[in-house]
Each structure stands twice: as structure tokens, then as C-alpha cells.
Design a protein around this ligand. Structure first.
Ligand code: NAP
Length: 646
């Protein structure tokens, strides 16, 4: 069978191909040509010739090349594609490892370190194999008698289901919402879209040729997860409209008792040998307790509970909070509303991304479907600039002066670049500049992608940015801490989530009746972000210490986590034991090392007063301080010596 990544044969005309090429990422196109040509000298002329990217930058899909070079590259590519078509689009021969490394280096205009090569190859899956499907050693019959409950059907819960299905492990997914998608089900607010390039922000083992935008909007993302769920025949295993209230470990039976309640209020206890929590970190809306909030007479709602029945046209809308969510909401509603008043407690750093709202043109879609490995190299191209470079830039240089402003030379560079992007849009408006240029180091909070729509929105006559706090809410207004009253017909809380209350929607009781939340106290943690001592056969996806603030994608992280979890189940069953949990020493060591790292990162800077990265005491528990390549390598398979088996 033809490798699906080598593209579907085509017979398009020269003109059609030339038109498609006009749309394409030139570095990706040339690497696809390396696969297409059967002439070694042509290959070498691409990889060693003058037409090459001079660098790769986040979301810079074109690669740094002059316009003349790009035109020359298109001409060269057209010849190669035409020849490939005329030869009947044969399946390209596999390329040897050394040449693949050469291609990677060419693409990044530098060196892809040896430790990254296997990870990137796996992520690209050039051979068409799903390399993260675990290889199992346990008896398939034992797996069939190992029922698992998965809590949540967001991107990680759906992935858990797919992997358990492949492993032949029976499972039930419990989902509180009526549909799949988690975050992408709940956050239907106007303007909601992903900010990791979609040709990377999707499962590595699924096609990525269908996205209509480079950063898809919520409905398309939700539909994607629904389609994947159908394709993998997961739907019949999901109980929608059902919440998990509690999970309790029954030591005598060596099982979990999972209490669920459906929308009609019926409760039931499910027995499972293992539980996978896939509840996410951005799951429980945070609505701050503001004086007088209950007296507000108009509609008010959190962005994750957007009330689509409320017509905003011509209304005075007050939005409290403007992080990643508010930043997307404001441009989407400003034209319709009468007046939009935005309370932003802390200004946000943002960086330019011209493709942020761009559609995927027909040329790119054609290339993704037909040009060998175009989609796979495109995935690489989006992944690489966000792969550990940002992490290095987040490390605080203790010698660096004025840490209120920046934390290292690289961080100062980011500050200057982001500041230039912001000021370039303000036409010398110093009053607005004072409001929108952050006063803390760049990347210290979540950095936002911007195509100019935020500042364009703030400069509208019917939009006002308030940079002080909320003093109180009245029946028809919000009063700021300067005493100014802002009339409000509708109140939108874009105030984020209770990120630091991990797994707060359920009670988890482990061995000897230990309560997880009590055990955690102020130190929520899991070994590798996944397992917890005293909580046997309990696995977290997107658990404490696994959020990503400097690159990568949560889908990539989930794929690493789930390979590890299937590996754990396999290890347990192959050992003939009933339960496994990490050794306390491993857990403590992990926590201590993670905290030591996190304290050296910009996210912990005391100058950042408000940030959901920090808990109420200013400690970061949600984020991973580790390089993606380390997390990938540590989670490839469980280390038996890390666990106690019973
Ligand atoms: P957020 O980043 O926590 O922002 C919440 C906003 O509400 C901030 O402006 C915050 O101010 C403000 N706020 C909170 N409590 C307040 C209070 N008591 N008084 C006044 N203001 C208050 O939440 P979010 O915007 O929902 O984003 C959360 C995360 O979701 C993002 O970082 C990202 O991971 C994800 N997300 C992603 C996308 C995307 O992919 N494009 C879009 C939306 C969300 P301070 O900043 O001062 O705390």
C-alpha cells in the first residue's frame, strides 16, 4: 500500500501546478522536491545549492529568503514536480538517515542536534507509521480484563481512548459535556481560535490536509475532534453529559470505584483497574468575587460559558479581563457592540504573526494532498522554532541587571522586538503606548500572537481600555478603582481559569483513604506530571507541571504522556501484579528538581504580580520547565525501578 504521506498521484496541468506553487512555503516545497526527484544530482543541487533558507522563526513559514530566490526556487520546483507527474507520481524511495539529517539542517539553517533527530522523525512519521503506538509485551487476554475509566473527552482524553482501543484495553470515557473537544467544546466565545499552527496542533498520526485556516477557529477544531472520535470508533465508549464526582481506590479489590452522575441526576459507581484523568488545566472557570456582582441586572457570563442567546448589537459591553481570551474576544465583537469597555489588569506581550487569521489557500491544500511529505516537513517547520529555543530564552541570567525589565540578553532582545511591534501600530499615541506596553519581562506571562487586530480594536472610537482595577459592580455599570463609572448592559468575564486547583472537579481517594487534594496541599505534583505515590494505577494527562509556556503543543505532550501510560499498563500486566505507583523518593526528587528549575525561569519572576502560571503564594506548579526533547525521552517507556508494584 502506498505510504499516505507520499501524497496522492495527480495529473494537474503545468499552469495549475505553477499557481499552487505561488502559495507554498518555499523551504517545505524544496524538501518535498528532494523526495520527488529521482536524480541524485538534483537532490544535491537543492541541499547544497544557493537557494536555501537563511533562518527559521516562529510562524515564519516562508523561511528567510529573498524574493528573487523564492522565484528561482519555484521555477526549479516546477520542473521537478512536472517531471514527477510525467513519471506517474511514483512512490518516492525512502531517504537514508544521513540525508534526512542533512535536510533538517538545511531547513533550520543550522544544526538539529543528534538528540532531536529521532524525536523529529517520529513527529513527522515519514514512513507513514504511527510511531507512538506503544509496542506491547503483556498478554492480550490480560489487557482485555483491565477496564480503564478516562475522565474527560478533550484532546487528551480522546487520545487516551484511541491508544487504549489500539491496545485492546476496555475503557469508558466520562465526559460532562454533550460533545467531544473539552476546551474546544466549551470555549465557543467569538474569536476563539488556536494559537499553535494547526498543521502541528493536531494528532501526529492523523492527516493534516483539511484545515481551512492556519490557526483554526473553535468550530473547526471541535469538528476535528468529533471526526477523529468517529474515525477511531470511540463514540460508543463515551458517556456524554456525565460528570465524575469521585474516584476511590479499593485496596482489597485492587480497583478504582468511580462515582459518576448523569444529567438526569442518576449516580452510578463504575469499577476500573485504572483511571486516567484527562480533565485539563484550563477547565474550571474563574469568576472573581467582585463587590456588587450579584446586583448586576443584565446578562453576565464567563467566556467559557458564552451565552450565544445574548445579542450584543448596540449594547454597552464591559469585559473584565484581557488575557489570551479577552485578546481574541475584543476584536471579534467590537464592530457590533455600542461601546466596549475592557478592564485589563496587566498588559500583555504580543508578537507579530501575519498568518494568524489567514486562510489556507487552495495551493497549500493541494500540496498537502499531493506533494510527497509536504505536510510532514511543514509540521517540522512549525514545530522546530518552538522546540526548546523559547525555553532557553526563559532562563533568568542572575547577572543580568534590571530584572524588572528583562531577565537575560535573549529576553531583552524579545522585549525590544515585541515593543517595536506594538509601537509600530500606535502612530505615536503615547497615551495608549503607556497602557499597552507591559512593565514586566517579555514571555513572563503567556505571550500572544497578533496580526494587529488587538491594537486596531483598542483604537476604535467605541472601545476603551481601562488599566485600573474594578472597585465594584452596580446594577447597570462597573466602577473602576479611580471611581469612574462605566455603563454596562452586558458583563463578560474573560477572567481565566482556576489553573492551580488541579483536578478540583472530583474527589480522589487513594490508598488508606488518603485524599489527593489534602495530600497535595500547596504542592500539587505528579512524577513526570503523570503518576502519584499512594494513588495506584492513577494516571494524569496534562497534570501538574506539564503546561507549556515556551513552545511545543499540548497535543505533542499528550502523545508523549499517553505512550508512557500505555507503557505503564503494559508493564504492570506483564509483571503479573495488580497495581503500580511511583516510589515516593522519585516523586519528591521530581518535585524538587522541577521547582529548582522553575525558580530560575522568567515565569517565577517576583516582578510579575498577577499570573495564572503562579499559585496564590507566587509558586509555579502548572508549567513544565523541561526541554521537550527531555520530556519526550523520559516518557518513551516507563522505568520499572521508578515504581512500586503490588
Ligand atoms: P488569563 O490569561 O488568566 O487572563 C485572565 C484575565 O482576567 C487577565 O487579564 C487577568 O488579569 C484578569 N483577571 C483575573 N482575575 C481578575 C480580577 N480579580 N480582577 C481583574 N482582572 C482579573 O485567562 P485566559 O485569557 O482565559 O487565558 C488562559 C489560557 O487559556 C491562556 O494562557 C492559554 O493557555 C489558553 N488560551 C489559549 C488561546 C489560544 O490558543 N489562542 C485562547 C484563549 C485562551 P491579570 O493578567 O492581571 O491576571
Amino acid at each position: 500500500m502506498r505510504n499516505p504521506n507520499s501524497g496522492a498521484p495527480f495529473m494537474d496541468s503545468d499552469d495549475e501546478i505553477a499557481a499552487a506553487c505561488a502559495d507554498l512555503s518555499i523551504p517545505t516545497l524544496l524538501l518535498s522536491c528532494v523526495h520527488m526527484t529521482d536524480d541524485e544530482s538534483v537532490r544535491q543541487s537543492i541541499l547544497e545549492g544557493p537557494l536555501k533558507p537563511a533562518g527559521l522563526f516562529l510562524n515564519e513559514v516562508q523561511g528567510y529568503m529573498s524574493e528573487e530566490d523564492k522565484a528561482a526556487a519555484r521555477t526549479l520546483a516546477l520542473d521537478i514536480i512536472r517531471d514527477y507527474r510525467d513519471r506517474g507520481c511514483p512512490e518516492p524511495e525512502p531517504i537514508d538517515a544521513a540525508s534526512l539529517k542533512q535536510m533538517m539542517n538545511w531547513l533550520v539553517a543550522g544544526e538539529v542536534g543528534d538528540e532531536y533527530v529521532p524525536m523529529m522523525l517520529e513527529e513527522m512519521g515519514l514512513d507513514g507509521r504511527d510511531a507512538r503506538e506503544a509496542e506491547l509485551r503483556s498478554d492480550p487476554l490480560a489487557r482485555r480484563e483491565f477496564p480503564v475509566v478516562v475522565i474527560g473527552a478533550g484532546q487528551s482524553g480522546l487520545l487516551a481512548a484511541i491508544r487504549l482501543e489500539q491496545a485492546g484495553v476496555p475503557y469508558t470515557v466520562i465526559e460532562k459535556n454533550p460533545g467531544v473537544g473539552g476546551t474546544w467544546w466549551e470555549n465557543s466565545y467569538p474569536g476563539a481560535r488556536v494559537d499553535v499552527g494547526n498543521h502541528f496542533y493536531c494528532y501526529s498520526f492523523e492527516p493534516c490536509d483539511h484545515w481551512s485556516e492556519f490557526f483554526a477557529r473553535q468550530p473547526e477544531l471541535q469538528k476535528y475532534f468529533a471526526d477523529v472520535m468517529e474515525r477511531h470508533r470511540i463514540t460508543e465508549h463515551v458517556r456524554f453529559n456525565t460528570a465524575v464526582l469521585a474516584a476511590a481506590w479499593d485496596d482489597a479489590a485492587g480497583e478504582w470505584a468511580v462515582t459518576v452522575r448523569d444529567a438526569a441526576g442518576h449516580s452510578e459507581v463504575l469499577r476500573a483497574r485504572a483511571v486516567i484523568s484527562a480533565v485539563g488545566q484550563l477547565n474550571q472557570p474563574l469568576v472573581p468575587e467582585l463587590p456588587g456582582a450579584e446586583s448586576f441586572v443584565g446578562p453576565s457570563f464567563h467566556t467559557a460559558r458564552w451565552d450565544h442567546s445574548v445579542d450584543l448589537a448596540g449594547k454597552n459591553v464591559v469585559m473584565i479581563g484581557a488575557g489570551a481570551t479577552g485578546f481574541q474576544v475584543a476584536p471579534a465583537i467590537a464592530e457590533d457592540v455600542g461601546q466596549l469597555t475592557i478592564f485589563q489588569r496587566t498588559a500583555q506581550w504580543m508578537f507579530p504573526n501575519p498568518d494568524y487569521h489567514a486562510k489556507v489557500g487552495p495551493g497549500v491544500q493541494w500540496a498537502l494532498r499531493h506533494l510527497p511529505f509536504y505536510g510532514r516537513w511543514y509540521r517540522f517547520l512549525i514545530f522546530w522554532p518552538g522546540c526548546d529555543t523559547g525555553l532557553a530564552a526563559a532562563i533568568v541570567d542572575p547577572e543580568w541587571p534590571d530584572q524588572q525589565r528583562s531577565v537575560s540578553a535573549a529576553n531583552e532582545m524579545a522585549r525590544m522586538m515585541f515593543t517595536e511591534w506594538i509601537t509600530s501600530q500606535l502612530d505615536g499615541d503615547t497615551e495608549l503606548a503607556a497602557k499597552v506596553i507591559p512593565d514586566y519581562p517579555a514571555t513572563g506571562k503567556r505571550t500572544l500572537q497578533d496580526n494587529g487586530s488587538w491594537l486596531r480594536t483598542l483604537r476604535r472610537d467605541n472601545v476603551e481600555l481601562i488599566r485600573c482595577g474594578v472597585a465594584r459592580i452596580e446594577s447597570d455599570a462597573v466602577v473602576d478603582t479611580d471611581g469612574v463609572r462605566h455603563p454596562a448592559d452586558v458583563l463578560v468575564y474573560a477572567t481565566g481559569f482556576r489553573v492551580n486547583d488541579f483536578l478540583s472537579s472530583l474527589q480522589v481517594t487513594g490508598r488508606n483513604g488518603a485524599d489527593l487534594h489534602q495530600m497535595w496541599g500547596h504542592r500539587p505534583a505528579a512524577y513526570l506530571g503523570i503518576t502519584i505515590p499512594g494513588f495506584p494505577n492513577f494516571f494524569c494527562m496534562y497534570g501538574p507541571g506539564t503546561n507549556l509556556a515556551s513552545g511545543g503543543s499540548l497535543i505533542f505532550h499528550s502523545e508523549c504522556e499517553m505512550r508512557y501510560i500505555v507503557g505503564c499498563i503494559d508493564l504492570l500486566l506483564a509483571s503479573g501484579k495488580n497495581s503500580m505507583e511511583p516510589k515516593p523518593a522519585r516523586y519528591d526528587d521530581w518535585y524538587d528538581r522541577s521547582q529548582a528549575e522553575l525558580k530560575t525561569m522568567v515565569w517565577s519572576q517576583p516582578s510579575i504580580e498577577h499570573s495564572f502560571y503562579k499559585d496564590a503564594r507566587g509558586i509555579v506548579h502548572s508549567l513544565s520547565p523541561w526541554r521537550l526533547v527531555d520530556f519526550w525521552s523520559w516518557t518513551r517507556e516507563p522505568e520499572p525501578a521508578d515504581f512500586r508494584m503490588h
